[in-house]
Design a protein around this ligand. Structure first.
Ligand SMILES: *Cc1c(COP(=O)(O)O)cnc(C)c1O
Length: 485
């Protein structure tokens, strides 16, 4: 199985090459030449689902090595189930936040470091890897934690200074490890992601880094090594439903709180592979470019960027949309490039494609807050604002079939927003004090990973302008080149 560029490029590359470089030489995203077929399996552990879903995509990894990486990655989760399903009748929440940083990003980013270092050695690339990542809040922490103290790897994360929750930011700025840096930027996520893309495309910089024995890699969801592990939890969710009495073969819908379009694209892959999926519901917050795109075929990001209480979805330029577009346009790089050129020259493009199987709904801030309230009142269950956007989309859609809402983050990462809805009387307290109050609502104790966070020393306190990101990167490299061997 080779990977080709959505923009055409020259020939295919091996899975290892695709993981190591992240993005194709022509700026396109890697897609597998064809999608494998895979029947759903029941009665299988999460790790086995992961193995079944990932191995067809990574034929240059042998079975034993892949199983060992999967075992190590998910041993760090707080339940062997990895992604447990909470059921309320026909409605189910797939809890994807049981990893080390309490967000669904852990599912892929616990595995990626293993894949990345093995892939580099398979292709004989002995340069030190610089994992450069822009984050809307959760990828950054999960990448820092996943790559922390991995040999021969440096991790540099850029987060929008005012674009994450207080706890998301504190989780990053207190990150320990001898090879990590978290840097704030004055700008929003799209600005930071745009500059990271320019840094990746900077040939001069690449040559300079190469001369020093460094090479850039991406931990953003454009990396195929992030996309593929996410397919597994769609199969795992399906198996859990069958385990609870659903007829095998029955169609299920998934509601996915969407930002960069990575999670839902993994679901779309699962559907193409043969998982009985009726609809994939793309849930957006007020930054609802995708809702409009799926309804009309017009992609128009020319609108104000809104900072919401679901910050990890505050994205107007979803990177992975390019992959969907590639398929929707009949895998034609020429048509795709036409769209991208139009986007550059006219600020939008329009396609006459059929997105059957996908539907988009959005929730504004008020609807998001009401969803948190309603789910608590109905089920006694506390959800985070991203999951709440999905719940609101579910209410707008409700097709009657069994439906799984992807619960992408723990509510503890967004205590202030959640508690301002559930317990307005506590609104004077700060995020850190509210952790305890939220735990009382959930009749449990504060997750150990967050319990002491208020007192942890801040180890990263640099903030730069967008234009200074490259210099900041070089400064970090200078510091580390004397430490790394
Ligand atoms: C990243 C993230 C999303 C968006 O996922 P994409 O794969 O970027 O679409 C949604 N919710 C949370 C909590 C996230 O961290």
């Amino acid at each position: 199985m080779n990977y080709i560029s959505t923009r055409g490029g020259r020939g295919g590359v091996s899975p290892s090459q695709a993981i190591v470089t992240g993005i194709a030489a022509d700026g396109g995203l890697f897609v597998p030449e064809q999608l494998p077929r895979l029947a759903p399996a029941a009665d299988t552990s999460y790790n086995e689902h992961a193995f079944r879903c990932i191995s067809p995509y990574l034929p240059d990894f042998d079975a034993q090595e892949l199983r060992s990486f999967i075992g190590k990655a998910y041993a760090g989760f707080d339940t062997p189930d990895v992604a447990p399903l909470k059921s309320f009748g026909n409605l189910h929440f797939l809890e994807l936040f049981h990893g080390k940083t309490l967000a669904f990003k852990d599912v892929a980013l616990s595995l990626l470091p293993h894949l990345m270092t093995a892939a580099a050695s398979k292709i004989g690339d002995s340069r030190k890897r610089v994992i450069l990542t822009a984050t809307s809040g959760d990828t950054g922490k999960a990448a820092l934690e996943g790559f922390k103290d991995v040999d021969g790897v440096l991790v540099i994360v850029f987060y929008p200074e005012h674009g994450t929750s207080v706890l998301q930011q504190r989780m990053m700025t207190t990150q320990e490890g001898g090879n990590v840096a978290a840097i704030g930027v004055r700008g929003n996520f799209d600005d930071a992601q745009g500059e990271v893309k320019r840094i990746f495309a900077d040939r001069q910089l690449a040559a300079r880094l190469d001369a020093q024995g460094f090479a850039l890699s991406s931990a953003n969801s454009i990396n195929i090594g992030r996309l593929v592990p996410q397919i597994a939890y769609y199969y795992h969710a399906y198996a859990q439903l069958v385990g609870r009495g659903m007829t095998p073969g029955e169609e299920v819908s998934f509601v996915v709180p969407t930002g960069n379009f990575g999670n839902i694209l993994a679901g779309w892959y699962a559907k193409q592979m043969g998982l009985p999926v009726k609809k994939l519901i793309c849930a957006s917050n007020e930054n609802n470019v995708l809702t409009d795109f799926l309804a009309t075929g017009v992609f128009d990001p020319g609108r104000p960027f809104v900072a919401t209480i679901s910050p990890s979805m505050d994205i107007l330029h979803p990177s992975n949309l390019e992959r969907l577009l590639f398929y929707a346009l009949g895998k034609s790089p020429e048509s795709l490039l036409e769209c991208l050129n139009r986007l550059n020259t006219h600020g939008q493009y329009s396609v006459n494609a059929n997105f059957s199987g996908l539907a988009g709904f959005s929730a504004d801030e008020q609807a998001t807050r009401q969803a948190i309230r309603r789910v608590y009142d109905r089920f006694g269950y506390v959800i985070d604002p991203h999951t709440a956007v999905a719940y609101s989309a579910y209410e707008q859609y409700d097709g009657g079939e069994p439906t799984v809402i992807m619960s992408t983050a723990s509510p503890y990462k967004f205590t202030k927003s959640v508690m301002s809805v559930l317990d307005p009387a506590s609104s004077a307290r700060d995020d850190f004090e509210l952790l305890q109050r939220l735990a009382e609502f959930r009749r449990e104790s504060v997750p150990p990973r967050l319990a002491g966070i208020a007192d942890k020393p801040v180890l990263h306190d640099q903030t730069v302008d967008i234009a200074e990101m490259k210099d900041a990167l070089l400064r970090v490299l200078n510091i580390y080149s004397t430490h790394l061997h």
